[in-house]
Design a binder for this molecule. Sequence first.
Ligand code: EPU
Length: 419
Amino acid sequence: MEKLIINGNKRLCGEVTISGAKNAAVAILPAALLIDGECTIENVPHISDINMYIEILRSLGAKINWIDTNTLTIDSRNIEYSDSTIELTRKFRASYYLIGALLSRLGSAHVGLPGGCNLGDRPIDQHIKGFEALGAEVVVKDGNIYAKSKKLIGTNVYMDIVSVGATINVMLSAVLANGTTTIENAAKEPHIVDVANFLNTMGANIKGAGTDIIKIKGVKKLHGDTTYSVVPDQIEAGTFMLAAMATKGDITIKNCISKHLESVSAKIIEMGGIIEDYNDSVRVICNKRPKKANIKTLPYPGFPTDLQPQIGVVLSLAEGTSIVNESIWDSRFQYTYELNKMGANITPQGKTAIFEGVEKLSAAPIAATDLRAGAALLIAACAAEGTSELSNLQHIDRGYENIEEKFRNLGADIRRVTI
Ligand code: EPU
């Protein structure tokens, strides 16, 4: 087992460069299955979720090569279903994108019900509703999803819930369908725009991504021989912005799109931080104890649920009482129990938590309960007095590239040990 040993009480200062977006890349890799050819994808983060996707695509016959640290080529000319794929798909949540991609490319898909972070109930009824509307037959049985269709036909799909995954999945299934599909009440996250841009670069006809109505005109095939670069990770950028706030630091976050982070910048300003916005980089300076703020997580452009634990660390150290309302996931306050071990005063009550700000946190043995909780606890340990030990690193490694190195370059004192 590995742990991070973190000597805290550090002001994080300096520059950090953001990697490609995990949640875009885990959709773009399966989207490459739609291409009858080879494509090159740049700015792919080196994280375990991507390694997992590569293993899955290889099990289907795709040829994948890393040509430098963050660039890979995918050749999907000879794709075939394989039994070894199913067990792999159970291991992580984003494998649900294989259903849309394989339905589109092979006319059938068999995927193990997705695992992933433990954030409470994670239904995929809206994905299934979309596939069925396009004419697929979908059966959920014994922890497996079977979907098949002779030919998918474009149609209108109204999403009852704003869902990132369902929006992308229906987009994947509609790209090669006959006719036009309209997704209404679509999610608008930057990674949805990124997946649409990737598919359009390869010859798809998708309009409206980034708004709540997306129109996908089916095309006969997607071509390869094209290069695409994954959008910078909005959540990684937000994580470092909030690390500056929690440690009273001064961090310049490079290779990010500040427009994607407006809800976070607004809260940082409300808490007394200073933002310098340079469009493709953001500097966050915090000179004094942050002030309280209330947060409600919402789909984009609202405050992202994936930054709720990280801002929770700032609020646990803020002056005054803050209320956080989590409207996306049922179990996203597990990290508060870990933070309380460090001296925070947080009372979670269902989907709301009350943060009574304390002046300082102190070191404790803590465990990442999910990916973003892990990032939040790492920030907390950098701010806290004393030496903390952070375990369950597999959650963090799923989604953050070179996280220790990036924190270390900002002045954190961290080492990874195997015990
Ligand atoms: N929902 C349904 N039915 C569905 C789909 C979703 O009821 O068919 C509900 C969910 O239970 C949830 C809400 O709708 O309450 C939103 O879920 P969404 O489908 O948007 O989430 P997701 O696609 O499964 C992605 C990210 C998550 C991120 C959410 C919300 C990926 C691979 N995952 O999940 O990222 O929290 O969107 O923004 O893109 C993370 O990166 O740490 C992470 C958990």
